[in-house]
Design a protein around this ligand. Structure first.
Ligand SMILES: [Mn+2]
Length: 316
């Protein structure tokens, strides 16, 4: 099944002069690693092709990859590949519809099977792992480069929490070993990915000090606009603190609720085992079974989400 898709995608790439690669909004290292890694592989393998990356701001991840300027005309005959994006509203540039053919490559549950070719492997740790596997599988025709290996390594490290999460498989480690044969500095990437600013360090202290833990093991942290202002951090910077509660032994699952400028709360939900994406889906969200995102219009809905998470924790 996956191999068939690999063949179809390689054919689609060979048939196209222009390939435009998209990813999800608010990119993480896997979104940029898979997007940038695939772009590097195609450029190195087929130098005559025009390969472009789109999606707007990369936040503080510009050390990984940056976007290209793309005109509407570029889409006319283009193959569009969307990496690491479960559903169409999250795609980083609306023009993804304007190409000649659309390919989805992802590892999230395939609830929105958009595209002419859909390659979804929920057993993969990350989309970067899928891209690396796709390249190594087609090694006679696709060329891995040092830069691509670095980007894909970063994506895998990001989505596996440095190989701590259960999505890390023996296959993940084999692919990582093959990537590490290329010339880049894994320790440098690891350090950049874990480095935090002083203000985020201080916010981390706040999160650990103020997390409320219910008897069933559900942790709750609310970051209001006032708290964000107090620490001088943006919503994007709060992504660094989402995994912090996992090291607290009594916590089974948790939510970090970040108030947005319009007063709604962006909810980042994580779990050590019980499945939480069904709760996320009920609140304008979705994602992985153990790592989901949602939106709550006010604190009343935040508390509804907490109640539903408590039910999930109690059922286990
Ligand atoms: Mn991912």
């Amino acid at each position: 099944m996956t191999i068939e898709k690999y063949d179809q995608i390689l054919v689609a790439i060979k048939e196209s002069k222009t390939i435009i690669i998209h990813r999800h909004k608010n990119p993480d290292p896997d979104a940029l690693g898979s997007q940038g890694g695939l772009a590097e592989i195609i450029k190195a393998s087929f130098p005559a092709k025009k390969v472009l990356k789109t999606g707007g701001s990369v936040g503080d991840l510009a050390y990984l990859t940056t976007m290209d300027e793309i005109s509407d005309e570029d889409y006319q005959e283009a193959l569009v590949i969307v990496a690491d994006t479960a559903n169409t509203p999250r795609i980083s540039d609306e023009r993804y519809k304007n190409g000649k053919k659309l390919v989805k490559i992802d590892h999230h549950p395939n609830d929105d099977a958009y595209g002419d070719i859909v390659l979804v492997n929920t057993n993969a740790s990350s989309t970067s792992e899928i891209i690396a596997d796709f390249c190594f599988y087609n090694k006679d025709e696709l060329k891995m480069t040092d830069e691509a290996a670095k980007l894909l390594y970063a994506g895998i490290v990001g989505d596996t929490g440095r190989f701590l999460y259960p999505a890390t498989t023996p296959k993940t480690m084999r692919i990582v070993a093959d990537l590490m044969e290329f010339s880049f500095k894994p320790d440098e990437i690891n350090r950049k990915m874990t480095a935090m600013s002083q203000k985020v360090a201080h916010l981390s202290g706040y999160v650990l000090q103020n997390i409320a833990i219910d008897p069933s093991g559900v942790g709750k942290v609310i970051l209001t606009k006032a708290i964000m202002e107090q620490f001088g951090v943006t919503d994007a910077e709060t992504s660094a603190i989402v995994s912090l509660p996992s090291s607290i032994e009594d916590i089974v699952l948790w939510g970090i609720f970040v108030e947005q400028s319009d007063g709604h709360y962006r909810c980042r939900l994580r779990s050590k085992g019980p499945i939480i994406n069904e709760v996320a889906k009920k609140h304008d969200g979705g994602g992985h079974p153990l790592a989901s995102g949602a939106n709550a219009k006010d604190l009343v809905e935040v508390n509804e989400i907490i109640e539903q998470l408590i039910q999930v924790a109690e059922q286990r």
